[in-house]
Design a protein around this ligand. Sequence first.
Ligand code: FE2
Ligand code: FE2
Length: 277
Amino acid sequence: MAGNADVIEEFRANGGQVGGWLTGAPLVLLTTAGRRTGRPHTTPAVYLRDGDRYLVFASNAGGPEHPSWYRNILASPQVTMEVAGADGTVRILATLAVPLEGAERDKYWEQQCAIDPAFRAYEEQTGRVIPVVALIPLELSATERRRAVGEQLLRHHADLRAQLERVRDGLGGTADLGEQLRTRCLTYCYGLQLHHTREDGAFTALEAQFPELAPVVERLRAEHRVVERGLAELEALLQPGRSRDAAEVRAEVERVVTGLEEHFAYEEEHLLPALRG
Ligand SMILES: [Fe+2]
Ligand SMILES: [Fe+2]
């Protein structure tokens, strides 16, 4: 059986289609924010369509505990959802997650078990009442959505810049990398990853609306990948028990910070005028 990471990769590479044991299963990818770390957590889920809503089931394949994505949405109900679009590409939607209750939950649960008996088997295996969650795409007019994206971008950048300053301060002249700095760095990385996942989604819509922005968006996407690699290296360097010297860490942080400051500035300069209309 393919692991989640393989399924996610295949889904994204093939316009939302996956083969193997999941062939034909209606799948979405959910990205939630980790309730303790804030770290983005992506997981495939089978869905049932109900009008505009996408219903997903916290079956955890019959496991005794609720899956972590479900516990995450109880803490923070904003979910980024990826779904196969009609044109063979993956659409990325901002959604609000609402767990269904009582008779409504039961109705859709029974419907899902009738469609896919594996869910009945999960129910029999676990002692839990398996939650059913509605993902509601956030409906805004194109103009409202654009403005909201622009405002959100500025807010997130302000927040990320403030955190960067704290990370930098924490580096000081000390030879030792304290646990506090490590935590601060990693919290920052996860927040930034989430920000970029959401931006990548917004970019697709933006490109469709403003074809002249295509080269800008192309560059921003490429920068996101560079940043992602830089963060992964930094994260590896910060693992407890790993031997490192303070100068190496400082140099790595400075490299990432400088790249990010340029990225934020370029993004604001080129995207905000279009977003603000
Ligand atoms: Fe960005
Ligand atoms: Fe950004």
